[in-house]
Write a protein that binds this ligand. Structure first.
Ligand SMILES: [Zn+2]
Length: 82
């Protein structure tokens, strides 16, 4: 869950993990720790057709989530990080 400053809509104010409720570190409008952001709009073949779901998950909750996967995520090394 993300909140932006009301006066500066593009400047990040606060990020809270939707799973555990922990507030993530934000400094000067920048997120200072890893976070997985999901923004999914469901289409015609879904029971949620037309709904948009957005949420943020901290890295700790992401790791717990992955433990429930039957097939592990694909991992590869990125040489250039932004
Ligand atoms: Zn969390």
């Amino acid at each position: 869950m993300r909140e932006y400053f009301k006066t500066e809509e593009s400047r990040l104010h606060r990020v809270v993990c939707n799973c555990c409720g922990r507030e993530l570190k934000v400094e000067n409008g920048y997120l200072k720790e890893e976070c997985i952001s999901v923004d999914q709009t469901f289409g015609y073949f879904s029971a949620k057709d037309g709904q948009r779901h957005r949420f943020d998950i901290c890295e700790g909750c992401y790791d717990k989530w992955l433990q429930n996967f039957v097939i592990p995520v694909e991992e590869c090394e990125e040489n250039e990080l932004l």
